[in-house]
Design a protein around this ligand. Structure first.
Ligand code: NZQ
Ligand code: ZN
Length: 388
């Protein structure tokens, strides 16, 4: 049974090869000063920077450069960006990049006029913003996080060795998002597959919780099947527009809040992955891949019917003459086979984790209670050990 919910997603999304053209009309809604947020330089190499800046200048905007945002943006960098936005009185924060740039833009928006310490307020106390916010818009260049159509903003505090996400409300969703699948064609292979797995795992996090038959889970199954099919094409032919565009759109729906409506959700794989990220700065999707199977195998007995359904509906496992346990386990084996085809990180050592880091990572892992089993500290340590 679906529970009560209110659904609103306020992001206006422009999709397709010609979608950057829509930036002009979007810009007409905002003042003159645009803080242009981008990463380490990929957009300068592939020409997206020139295209965006030429539209900004053509619309008479003043561009405040905020380039060099790192993957897994840090708290230190957030404070610099917030200062820049405040001092320049930015009217719009325009992020051109992947989840790191878009998350950073949302965090800058909530921090520029924040009274007090944004890390304490948003990331430790999970308070909502009470200050003036700066509108955020984005041009997505890397697929996976869903940040283009949600309120999530993940920041790493290197000093405290914590990577935490704040899920802001509607007012901090991007006002607009521009998604051109062609812009993602230059993403390196490893980032492409990490992004695909990130999107897939977002769906798993919402799917592996609860036992009811509901439309949210059926949508999830369709999205997972589409991602698997398209990813198998994209790994062989990364320039395949049909596959890349399907992956891009599926990844947005994976985390724009639709498929969580009316049901419980888990998110423990993300908590494990984020703690690993805080210790290693590894690519987000890879941290999830490395811990997923040990986690799912651990909780399978507590959510057996859902894992069986996953095997049948998502990986088309044959059921004849098999027990529920056998079917459910075959589903995870099929998932493992697919993950290996993609070339994902299948253990934590590949990401630089050493035995003596396990205890610290386990302590930094937040425990969620929406999944099939609420983990104890000892179970977290065990799952991390099995992931090594
Ligand atoms: O920095 P540049 O030079 O642009 O290179 C980036 C970066 O090195 C490169 N890249 C992006 N677009 C490219 C490209 N290279 C070539 N051509 C292009 N078109 O890709 C690298 C990774 O970019 P990044 O933005 O870090 O990746 P992603 O989109 O995976 O974002 C990861 C961050 O998002 C957070 C993660 O924790 C992590 O900090 N997440 C945000 C979520 C949300 N807002 O809801 C949810 C997710 O679960 C995730 O936690
Ligand atoms: Zn994720």
């Amino acid at each position: 049974m679906l529970g009560n919910f209110t659904f609103c997603n306020p992001t206006r999304l422009h999709f397709g090869e010609d979608s950057l053209e829509q930036l002009r009309s979007e810009l007409s809604r905002y003042g003159k000063t645009i803080q242009l947020i981008y990463g380490g330089g990929s957009i300068k190499q592939n020409g997206i920077y020139d295209k965006v800046v030429s539209i900004l200048r053509g619309c008479g905007k003043t561009v405040i450069d905020d380039g060099g945002v790192m993957p897994n943006p840090t708290y230190e960098r957030l404070l610099e960006g917030a200062k820049k936005a405040r001092e320049n009185k930015a009217d719009l924060l325009l992020a051109v990049g992947g989840g790191s740039c878009i998350d950073y833009a949302k965090a800058v928006s909530a921090s520029a006029y924040c009274e007090g310490d944004p890390w304490q307020k948003y990331y430790l106390d999970f308070e909502e913003p009470t200050c003036r916010l700066i509108p955020v818009g984005c041009v997505l260049t890397m697929v996976g996080t869903g940040s283009e159509m949600n309120g999530g903003a993940v920041i790493t505090n290197q000093e405290q060795k914590l990577k935490i996400g704040h899920v802001f409300g509607e007012e901090l969703y991007p006002k607009f998002a521009i998604l051109n699948p062609r812009f993602t064609m230059t993403v390196p292979y490893r980032q492409m597959v990490a992004g695909i797995y990130d999107a897939f795992n977002h769906i798993c996090e919402q799917y592996f919780s609860g036992e009811d038959d509901n439309v949210s889970d059926r949508l999830s199954e369709a999205l997972m099947r589409s991602l698997i099919d398209s990813s198998r094409i994209a790994v062989k032919d990364p320039q395949n527009y049909e596959a890349r565009s399907n992956i891009m759109w599926a990844a947005t729906w994976a985390l724009n809040t639709l498929i969580e409506q009316g049901k419980t959700t888990d998110w423990e794989v993300h908590m494990l992955g984020q703690a690993v990220g805080a210790y290693t700065d590894a690519t987000h999707g890879m941290t999830l891949a490395a811990v997923s199977l040990p986690y799912y195998r651990h909780i399978l007995p507590f959510g057996l019917q859902k894992f069986k359904r996953f095997a049948v509906e998502v990986f088309r496992v044959e059921t004849d003459g098999k027990s529920d346990e056998e079917i459910a386990n075959e589903g995870l084996c099929a998932m493992e086979k697919w993950m290996r085809e993609l070339g994902l990180a299948m253990n934590l050592r590949e990401l630089g984790v050493k035995e003596d880091m396990i205890e610290g990572i386990a302590k930094a892992t937040l425990v969620m209670d929406g999944g099939y089993k609420t983990l104890s500290h000892a179970e977290i340590v065990q799952i991390l050990r099995e992931s090594l």
